[in-house]
Design a protein around this ligand. Structure first.
Ligand SMILES: Nc1ncnc2c1ncn2[C@@H]1O[C@H](COP(=O)(O)OP(=O)(O)OP(=O)(O)O)[C@@H](O)[C@H]1O
Ligand SMILES: [Mg+2]
Length: 251
């Protein structure tokens, strides 16, 4: 099976065409993302690899609708992000995309449940339903008993699990993770990877994960895309025999 065929129900989740994001720094122009054309199918689990500065975060941010291309296009589930107005783009970020970062980005003054429910408040979900959904999400990441703790009272792995619960709370179809295990030891990182795998295999989410660790990507994801100086230089399928399956999930 070629990477382009992928798996899933056959529909295209993300398509970029000649995507560029160039930053001007004084006299010089930095081609952070340079003519990237790719296609990711629904329910694929893709790793984005590349050296520091190769454009991984910039590409992820363009797909997340957090940044606008210099040229080229990003189409997610048939929607060309450039054609969305401010309100539609905000809705896209709130409902279609879930994001997890290396540095967790939880709000320190809020408890876990308050952090996790934030996207639901923006989505104007009523309080009782918010609390119910938050509790379910925290239980999914095995933090049900810690919902009234603040982030500083938790370990790094627990904070990242809470950040994942927040990313999942609106049931996004697309989960974007920028080095989600970068600040964690290998065992705690494996817990996060297993949760991402569960999101992909049990919930059918399309997952795009940035990582520096090729071995981690080969163990958990099914496709490796490699960036170098903003260009997509490699796109390979990982043999299924070398991959993990979600604990308790259906492979
Ligand atoms: N806002 C910005 N202004 C100017 N240059 C930027 C900006 N954001 C990114 N860059 C540059 O674009 C290039 C790609 O950056 P990016 O953050 O996407 O790399 P990365 O692959 O995520 O790196 P890392 O692995 O270190 O996180 C780098 O040269 C970076 O300095
Ligand atoms: Mg980065």
């Amino acid at each position: 099976m070629s990477a382009a065929q992928g798996k899933g129900n056959g529909s295209v989740a993300v398509r970029t065409a000649e995507l560029c994001r160039h930053f001007r720094m004084g006299e010089s122009l930095i081609p952070a993302v340079d003519r990237v054309s790719l296609e990711i199918r629904s329910a694929e689990f893709v790793a984005l690899l590349g050296a520091s500065g190769s454009g991984k975060s910039t590409l992820l941010n363009l797909i997340a609708g957090l940044d606008r291309p210099t040229s080229g296009s990003v189409v997610v589930q048939g929607k060309d992000l450039a054609r969305l107005d401010r309100e539609e783009l905000a809705k896209y970020r709130l409902r279609t995309v879930g994001m997890v970062f290396q540095s967790f980005q939880l709000i320190p003054s809020m408890t876990l449940v308050e952090n996790v429910e934030l996207p639901l408040r923006f989505a104007e979900v009523d309080r009782a339903r918010r609390r119910h959904l938050c509790q379910t999400a925290l239980e999914r990441v095995h933090l049900g008993a810690r919902s009234n703790h603040r982030p500083s009272e938790l370990s790094g792995g627990e904070q990242q699990r809470a950040a994942l619960a927040r990313a999942l709370i609106n049931q996004p179809q697309l989960l974007l993770a920028d080095e989600p295990t970068g600040n964690l030891d290998s065992q705690t990182g494996a817990e996060i990877m297993n949760l991402l795998l569960e999101c992909n295999q049990s919930l059918g989410m399309t997952v795009i994960m940035v990582t520096h660790e090729r071995s981690l990507a080969e163990r958990y994801t099914e496709r490796l895309m490699v960036l170098s100086d903003g260009r997509l230089v490699d796109d390979v399928t990982v043999a299924s025999s070398t991959r993990s399956s979600a604990p308790g999930g259906t492979p």
